[in-house]
Design a protein around this ligand. Structure first.
Ligand SMILES: Nc1ncnc2c1ncn2[C@@H]1O[C@H](COP(=O)(O)OP(=O)(O)O)[C@@H](O)[C@H]1O
Ligand SMILES: [Mg+2]
Length: 342
């Protein structure tokens, strides 16, 4: 493979036309001297920064000045000066990663929320809900009360994720690589990490028809490392519990995990709430599902051999007692013997 991924290469924004339309509508409102506030939220790597960077085009077309600041960085006085200035020209003020803002800046933002949207100004605050910070949430709630709109960035559609992979590789991609890309759960940073790991490990080869696909399994370690880095910002207690949950499979029920880890259900749930808020797991009825199987397999692979075996033994009895079918129990016992991977 001869086309490495270059940082900062201008790949197109994929699968976000609805969100851009929404934001363009609000830019037009600012151009008409209305005020609006948007909270742009989503899991790490889902594309908040990428989306707000794409606002420049619409802003220029509508004659709206765009100021984009990223935390940590700007001082409280800068934010204050920016929002306070009477504005002749309509503007969009984008504050990226407010979850990383210093307390003084949060205080300033909180104060402005009490007066509501600023005329001729579109204020966009982007944030990630985890790690939880009370001062951030207080400020966010104040803006919600002031009428801020919520824009939650969802995973990319499977077709957009494959398109991103193809842009990064510079070729059409084959079924094996598509399969791995799908384990990124539509998270563009994880899709990028998959391709980077494959390229770095020279695990891709081009077939006669120009399609590029994976060859060999030598890149799994690099892939696991990339997935672990992706969730490295989570609390160690949350990561430890998720690693144990990974033994139960792609989805699990909370009482089973509580039994497996020998802790009260409420404690288990309290920890899992952070994983839910971070978007590492999602609720589906009574189950929790790993959002990116890539992350789950990396967590599983990160368990040391002895721990993994004993967890499988415990899982066999926990699930057996809970009424799981014999073949599920047997599969855990087999894995406890070291046979096969999950
Ligand atoms: N819609 C998209 N189309 C193409 N690439 C994207 C898209 N969204 C994000 N990316 C890429 O994925 C990576 C993570 O996006 P980023 O905006 O930094 O995420 P966040 O700010 O939410 O953590 C970046 O390399 C970015 O260029
Ligand atoms: Mg970002």
């Amino acid at each position: 493979m001869d086309e490495p991924v270059e940082a900062g290469q201008p790949f197109s924004l994929l699968g976000r036309s609805a969100e851009l339309d929404d934001l363009d509508g609000l830019l037009a409102a600012a151009a008409a001297r209305e005020g609006a506030v948007v909270l742009l939220e989503g899991e790490a790597g889902i594309g908040r920064t990428r989306l707000v960077e794409a606002l420049g085009h619409g802003a220029a077309m509508l004659g709206v000045d765009l100021v984009l600041l990223r935390f940590p960085g700007p001082a409280a006085a800068t934010i204050d000066g920016l929002l306070d200035a009477a504005t002749d020209r309509p503007r969009a003020v984008v504050l990226d990663d407010v979850h990383l803002a210093d307390d003084a800046s949060l205080e300033v933002l909180h104060r402005y929320a009490h007066s509501g949207p600023i005329p001729a100004t579109l204020l966009v605050l982007t944030e990630r809900p985890v790690p939880y910070r009370e001062a951030v949430q207080r400020m966010v709630v104040a803006w919600v009360r002031a009428g801020a709109r919520n824009l939650e960035l969802r995973p990319l559609a499977p077709s957009a994720a494959v398109e991103l992979a193809e842009q990064l590789v510079g070729h059409r991609v084959g079924p094996l690589l598509r399969g791995v890309v799908s384990t990124a759960g539509g998270n563009p940073r994880l899709v990028t990490a998959v391709i980077r790991a494959a390229l770095d490990a020279a695990a891709l080869s081009e077939h006669d028809d120009g399609v590029v696909d994976i060859e060999g399994v030598g890149w799994q370690t690099a892939l696991d490392a990339a997935a672990r880095t992706h969730i490295g910002y989570l609390d160690p207690g949350v990561l430890a519990l998720l690693s144990q949950a990974a033994v139960l499979g792609p989805s699990f029920v909370v009482p089973d995990l509580a039994a497996l880890t020998n802790q009260p259900l409420t404690d288990c749930w309290r920890t899992l709430r952070h994983a839910l808020a971070a978007g590492v797991v999602a609720a589906r009825g009574d189950r929790l599902v790993f959002r990116h199987d890539l992350v789950r397999t990396a967590l599983y692979a990160g368990l040391d051999e002895r721990t993994r075996r004993s967890l499988h033994i415990r899982a066999a009895s926990t699930l057996g007692e809970a009424g799981a079918p014999p073949h599920v129990v047997a599969a855990h016992l087999e894995r406890a013997q070291g046979a096969g991977a999950l």
